[in-house]
Every structure is written in structure tokens, then in C-alpha cells.
Write a new protein. Structure first.
Length: 465
């Protein structure tokens, strides 16, 4: 039992690591170009305008989605005590996802783009993604429906929420009128287009990059520390809070625009209310993770989970803060937002994935982890990298915002656009250094995990995983 599930999970996890490293390297290339634009070598295929969506889409659809799909299907099978409802469809989903993503990224490199944030793929790729996502939903909910347990484990609540919300908003945001192959035009325009786009954009972060990882944490952290979830009831409060508030919060990206003020205000209120379920979830995960003091002391993998929770609390403080008008006026449309996104993307999502890989891959292959010393090296590299990255952009972004708003006595701008670009130079260098250090840590992890898997001596690890 579960032989197919384990093979499928291995495939998704390996794909996630590959796409993660590739996507981060592309991101480093983009960061270096922001500091030294000559690095685009006047080549149309590697200019910033093309490699930036290559970076975001390879991370979101490659790294994140492979992680969430693979582990959601594994968790639903294990907690339901049944095999996945269809072996054939599960492998169709895996290979279909990889092929669609490769074609989509090639199409962006060739200049085919809808221009929408985190939704640059044109309509043929969108159709393929929707079909594959519906396949994911069928396998997940079909497996859940035939479960042998009466109880639905909390991780499955989060995975199910991700499947429903992401499927709905991706489909609606990408509705388009096809003109020819790889070119279509959105059915929305103007303020309506902006509203729908940020309904998608913010909830891609809220569900793919938040709820999905909260769900996997509720499965893997108790396994790692060998303790139950601190509060099962609190986990469901977190779930319903995210479902109730997050889907309304996207309009805090549209303050001071032509979007109606009452819609902007809904985004502000819902964003601030998100502090409650977000920090409730962070508190619950932290208390679970720290419930085994011995494991905390001796196992550096626990450190990655603790770090991810801390960054989650930080990122979910920054998001509602950005919804407050006076702060939004200074920070929005500056590099501060990029720092905020990456405190979540590298700190929360990245650390969660890393911790899961270190814990779960040895279990899947029934091996002992090759080197805990290298895990500690990775921990140091990752954290120095993140601090370089986000602190540079926090400081630079606020300075950028203040300078952009600064006026002379006559009412004209104090600083030109070029002045602000020059001001940002050292912070762009700090960002690139931070990204490089984080990638170096990822390469240490890849080496450690390859050596773990290649170890000819298998070790039978007792206990369920």
C-alpha cells in the first residue's frame, strides 16, 4: 500500500527542488541586472522584462505548485488510509504539469504574455493549467470521499481550500477572448481588470503561498517533533479566518487609484483582520514545534521550521501594515514591497520547503540524512542571505518612497527619477548578495540530499511518516 503514492511524491518533490533552484537562479540574474543593467548584454531573451516573469512563474507554478500538489496528495492518502483514487490520473497530472510549465515559460521567453501579474501565460496555457488543476481536485476530493477514517485531518482542510479558491480565481482572472494562437485579450478592462487581477494576485499569495504551507506544516511538524498539534481547534479557527478574510484583502494594492473608495476600504479592513487568523496559526505552529525541547536542541531541521514560523508572523504583520493608507502611500510601489514579498517567499515558504525536504526525503528513501553539519551550514547561509535581501529592500524602499514624495517649497519634486535610482544602487547590490547566499545554501541542500539518496546502505526508519 502507498507504493504509487511514494513514487509520485518523490517525483513531485524532485521537480519542486529542480524548479526552485532554476527559478531562484533566474531571480538572481534579474537582481543583478537591477544593480548592473549591462548584464542583459542587449539580448532580447534575457532582458529584465522577460526574465522577471520567468522567475515568478517558475517559482509559483514550478517550485510551489509541485510542492503543494505532491504533498497534498500524499497527506490525503496517508490520513485517509487509502490509495489515491487513480494512479493513471496522478501521473498524468505530474507529467502534464511539467510539460505545460516548460511550454509556458518558453512562450514568455518568445514574447507571448498577457501582461498580468503572476498570470502572464496566454490562453492555451491557461486552459491546460485549469484542466490539470481540475484533475488535481478530482484526485484529492475523490480520495477524500473514499477515506476509511471518519475524521478529516486538518491539513486536508487547507489543501481543499487551496484547490477550490485557486481554481476559481485563476479561471476568472484569465478569462480572455482568443485572437490567434498564444494571443488573447482579457474580457475585463480598466478598474474592473485591476480588481480581478488583484483578487487573483493577492490570493495566489494567500492560498498557494500561505494556506497550502500552513496545511503541510500541520502534518510534518508534529511528525518531526513527535508531538500532537498544540491546538486542533485553533488550527480550524486559522482556516476559517483565512477563508473569510483573505479573499477580500487584495484591494489594498489598489489604494489611491480609480477603484471605488468603499472597495478600497473593504480591502483595508479585511487586511487588518487577517492579523487574527495569521498570528493564531503562527502561535499554534510555534507551540507545536517547541513542545519537544530535546528535538529543538539536537535537530537543526527543527530550526528551519521555527524560522519559517517566525518569518510567517513577520510577513503577515507587514501585509496588513501595508493596507494602512499612510504607510501604503510611502511603501507601496517601492522596493519595500519586494522585501515584504521575499520575507514571505524566502523566509516562510522557502524555510518550510527546506525543512520538509530535510525531514521527508530521507524518510521516503528510507535513509539517514547524509550530514546534519551541512544542514547547519545551510541554515547560516540561508539566514544571512535573507537578512541581506530584506533589510536592504526595507531600508532602500522606505527611502525610495520618502524621496518620491518629497517636494520643494514651490511644489515640484525634490528628487528626479535618476536621483532615486542612484540612491537605490547599494540596496540593489545588497539584494543580489542576499539572493546569491540563499541560492548557495540551496545548492548545499541539494548536495546533502543527493548524497543521502545515493547512500548504498538503506536504513529502515521506524514509525509512520
Amino acid at each position: 500500500m502507498y507504493e504509487n503514492e511514494e513514487k509520485l511524491t518523490k517525483a513531485f518533490v524532485i521537480a519542486a527542488i529542480v524548479w526552485g533552484v532554476v527559478g531562484m537562479c533566474i531571480g538572481l540574474m534579474a537582481a543583478l541586472q537591477l544593480y548592473l543593467p549591462q548584464l542583459n548584454f542587449a539580448n532580447e531573451y534575457i532582458n529584465f522584462g522577460k526574465i522577471r516573469p520567468l522567475h515568478t512563474n517558475s517559482i509559483i507554478f514550478g517550485f510551489v505548485c509541485n510542492f503543494i500538489i505532491g504533498l497534498s496528495l500524499y497527506i490525503v492518502a496517508k490520513t485517509s488510509v487509502v490509495n489515491l483514487i487513480s494512479k493513471g490520473l496522478s501521473w498524468f497530472l505530474f507529467w502534464g504539469w511539467q510539460i505545460t510549465l516548460v511550454i509556458g515559460l518558453i512562450s514568455i521567453a518568445l514574447g507571448y504574455t498577457s501582461t498580468k501579474e503572476y498570470a502572464e501565460f496566454e490562453w492555451p496555457i491557461d486552459i491546460a493549467i485549469v484542466v490539470l488543476w481540475l484533475t488535481f481536485g478530482y484526485i484529492f476530493f475523490g480520495t477524500l470521499a473514499k477515506r476509511k477514517t471518519k475524521h478529516i485531518f486538518v491539513s486536508n482542510w487547507f489543501s481543499g481550500g487551496v484547490i477550490i479558491v485557486i481554481g476559481l480565481i485563476y479561471l476568472i482572472n484569465n478569462l480572455a477572448i482568443p485572437v490567434y494562437a498564444f494571443k488573447g485579450y482579457s474580457i475585463f478592462s480598466g478598474a474592473s481588470d485591476a480588481l480581478v487581477q488583484w483578487w487573483w494576485g493577492h490570493n495566489a499569495v494567500g492560498f498557494l503561498l500561505t494556506a497550502g504551507f500552513v496545511g503541510t506544516n500541520y502534518y510534518f511538524i508534529p511528525k518531526l517533533v513527535n508531538r500532537p498539534i498544540y491546538s486542533y481547534r485553533l488550527s480550524l479557527i486559522t482556516f476559517w479566518g483565512l477563508i473569510g478574510f483573505y479573499t477580500w484583502a487584495g484591494t489594498h494594492h489598489l489604494l489611491f487609484t480609480s477603484v471605488p473608495t468603499w472597495i478600497q476600504n473593504i480591502g483595508i479592513v479585511m487586511s487588518i483582520l487577517l492579523w487574527i487568523p495569521s498570528w493564531a496559526g503562527a502561535f499554534n505552529a510555534w507551540m507545536t514545534c517547541t513542545s519537544n525541547k530535546e528535538e529543538m536542541k539536537k535537530n537543526p531541521v527543527v530550526w528551519f521550521f521555527l524560522s519559517s514560523i517566525a518569518y510567517y508572523a513577520l510577513a503577515t504583520f507587514e501585509g496588513p501594515l501595508m493596507a494602512i493608507r499612510w504607510f501604503n502611500m510611502i511603501a507601496h510601489n517601492t522596493s519595500w514591497v519586494i522585501g515584504h514579498v521575499h520575507s514571505g517567499a524566502l523566509g516562510w515558504v522557502g524555510m518550510t520547503c527546506i525543512a520538509t525536504f530535510y525531514y521527508f526525503i530521507p524518510k521516503l528513501y528510507k535513509k539517514e540524512l547524509y550530514s546534519y553539519g551541512l544542514v547547519k551550514v545551510h541554515f547560516v547561509l540561508a539566514h544571512i542571505g535573507i537578512l541581506f535581501y530584506i533589510v536592504s529592500l526595507w531600508i532602500g524602499g522606505i527611502g525610495q518612497g520618502v524621496k518620491s514624495l518629497s517636494l520643494t517649497e514651490s511644489g515640484s519634486l525634490t528628487y528626479t527619477f535618476v536621483d532615486i535610482l542612484r540612491f537605490m544602487e547599494p540596496y540593489m547590490l545588497g539584494r543580489a548578495i542576499g539572493g546569491a547566499l540563499f541560492i548557495l545554501g540551496m545548492l548545499v541542500m541539494v548536495y546533502n540530499l543527493i548524497m543521502t539518496v545515493k547512500n548504498p546502505q538503506k536504513v529502515v526508519i521506524e514509525g509512520a511518516y
